[in-house]
Design a protein around this ligand. Structure first.
Ligand code: PEP
Ligand code: MG
Length: 563
């Protein structure tokens, strides 16, 4: 009976790998206390107010100790949140509302946090982005005063599978691969931040697994298959044993991507700075397919000088002497904030002037950046290619290429991530020396589905046949002009999708360095003709899920490779 009950929940496999382990559940989000939540008659107000002071110290200590075990950005985030939890103004104001108005401590904290969020929102820009941190502190304080489990990622005693309704990017960023064997969430999709982070950390992940929370309890044993997108509760002993026997070998990439019949597919890396470029070089990436230059300057109020930019770019070029490095000019606007550009607040950020469109309004910024790239390129031996994001028309491609020429940058191309550019690829390639397909945005714009909105994740999926058709159109333009065309969106890091992209005509794949070995392994099992057949299979599918399933079952090697 128990065996028959053992359910398998299916979602979207976004980070491959098969593991078995006990479940830890992500605590439920903290609900807003009732407006009418007041201190009961007969309860001392001073004692209630003291609970806020105690909770503040408790949350500060928890976060400080979590920070001590984290590093880099996660550590900074935790330290900043710890300071906010102990903020005397916040604590004093909440206490006052308890002492003077008789509010229950949880309600008082909620109201004060609401007031702070309103103030931050009124300032706008990067300041307004801090409201997320304020809400995080609010939830932790409310949990502490009401005796609920602290929100956020739990700290399991043994390596476990994290099952959650949803996982915020900030939580995903703190996941320690030594503690979490896999992640399963009910929401999210293949290009959500959680998926991107899980892939970068090498943690198997299944997202969009509706019903996952209800199918397990804390401690349930589950088998997660991050390639197929399944979570099976109480897997039979033989299956666990076979999995243990077939422990996935630590796969490495030998530095040369190819199909089974020897067609070279350059496997290159996405990087953001010198440190990530060094990691990519160590993983034997054949070069850099996407250097996101804006990431190093996010949140900056002051424009980086040319000299500062030269330093930053040289750091990446130096990691790949003699190799191709594709550097993308600033992709500001939308959800990526570069305050020094002074862009107006957009009513519809994804459709506002972002990327190259914003750049054309800021000619000095463009010239400074191209100048810095040219100088850095002259000082290093990397083979530097430059591309502009968010190019929608052949004319914009022509403008960018001409601008690069003025700076002595002769390899200039574009990111194809707006459907119009894919559909007009032939004309785009009359100017662009190459293109890289940004499948994250291409999916967002083709499907009219916000890439940050987890509830639309099934639409915003590079497996969508409509998105694949646009990739095919972009590739047809490249083939006609005999120009190279890569993919630099998350699609490139999906092992089952890689042969499809090659079949559509893509000549290089740029991804997080961790994905290189898996993608290389799958490509090495499929011939160019197989890839073309798989591409047709996916293009003909009725929807993304069917495309993925059809292709997966047509590549039996995926299972052998543990993908
Ligand atoms: C993309 O849109 O696919 C891409 C690679 O660019 P970004 O994710 O930085 O927008
Ligand atoms: Mg993009």
């Amino acid at each position: 009976m128990r065996e028959r009950e053992s359910p398998t929940i299916t979602g979207i496999g976004v980070s491959p790998g098969r593991v078995v382990g006990p479940v830890v559940l992500m605590p439920a989000p903290i609900a807003e206390p009732a407006i009418s939540d007041r201190i009961a008659v007969g309860v001392d107000r001073a004692t209630s107010a003291q609970r806020i002071t105690t909770a503040s110290a408790q949350v500060r200590d928890e976060l400080t100790s979590a920070a001590a075990h984290a590093s880099g950005k996660s550590r900074e985030l935790l330290e900043a949140t710890a300071m906010m939890a102990a903020d005397p103004l916040l604590v004093t104001d909440a206490r006052r509302r308890v002492l003077e108005n008789g509010l229950a401590p949880a309600r008082a904290i909620w109201d004060v946090a609401g007031q702070v969020c309103d103030d931050l929102t009124a300032v706008g820009g990067v300041v307004a982005e801090r409201t997320r941190d304020v809400r995080d502190v609010r939830d932790r304080l409310v949990a502490a005063v009401t005796g609920q489990a602290s929100p956020g990622v739990p700290r399991p005693l043994e390596p476990s599978v994290l099952v959650a309704t949803d996982l915020a990017p900030a939580d995903a960023a703190t996941l320690d691969p030594a503690k979490f064997l896999a992640v399963v969430t009910e929401s999210g999709g293949p290009i959500s931040h959680t998926a991107i982070i899980a892939r970068a950390l090498g943690i198997p992940a299944v997202l969009g697994a509706v019903g996952a929370m209800g199918a397990v309890v804390e401690g349930s044993i589950v088998l997660v298959d991050g390639g197929r997108g399944t979570m099976r509760r109480d897997p039979p002993a033989e299956l666990i044993a076979s999995l243990a026997a077939a422990t996935r070998p630590a796969r490495t990439f030998d530095g040369y991507g190819h199909t089974a019949d020897g067609v070279h597919i350059a496997l290159v890396a996405n990087v953001v700075d010198a440190a990530s470029a060094v990691v990519a070089a160590e993983a034997k990436a054949e070069g850099v397919g996407l250097f996101r230059t804006e990431v190093g300057f996010l949140g900056r109020e002051e424009a980086p000088s040319v000299a500062e930019q030269v330093e930053a770019y040289r750091g990446v070029f130096a990691a790949f002497p003699g190799r191709m490095v594709v550097i993308r000019t600033l992709d500001a606007g939308g959800d990526k904030s570069l305050p020094f550009l002074g862009l107006p607040v957009a009513s519809n950020p994804a459709l506002a002037p972002r990327g190259w469109r914003a750049a054309t309004q800021l000619p000095a910024v463009v010239d400074d950046q191209l100048d810095a790239i040219a100088r850095a390129a002259r000082q290093e031996s990397a083979d530097v290619w430059v591309m502009a994001p968010m190019v929608a028309t052949p004319q914009a491609a022509a403008e960018f290429v001409a601008r690069c020429e003025l700076h002595g940058l002769h390899r200039a191309g574009v990111v194809i991530e707006v459907p119009s550019a894919a559909l007009r690829a032939r004309q785009v390639f009359e100017h662009a020396a190459f293109a890289s397909i940004g499948t994250n945005d291409l999916a967002q714009y083709a499907m009219a589905a916000d890439r940050l909105d987890a509830s639309l994740a099934d639409l915003c999926d590079p497996w969508q046949p409509a998105v694949l058709a646009l990739i095919a159109a972009a590739c047809a333009g490249a083939t006609h002009a005999d120009r190279p065309v890569g993919v630099c969106g998350e699609a490139a890091a999906m092992p089952a999708l890689a042969p499809v992209l090659v079949g559509l005509g893509v000549t290089s794949l740029s991804m997080t360095p961790r994905a290189l070995a898996d993608v290389a392994a799958v490509l090495a099992t499929t011939t160019a003709a197989d890839c073309a057949r798989l591409a047709d299979l996916a293009l003909d599918a009725p929807d993304a899920r069917a495309a993925r399933e059809r292709v997966r079952s047509a590549i039996p090697a995926l299972l052998d490779l543990g993908l």
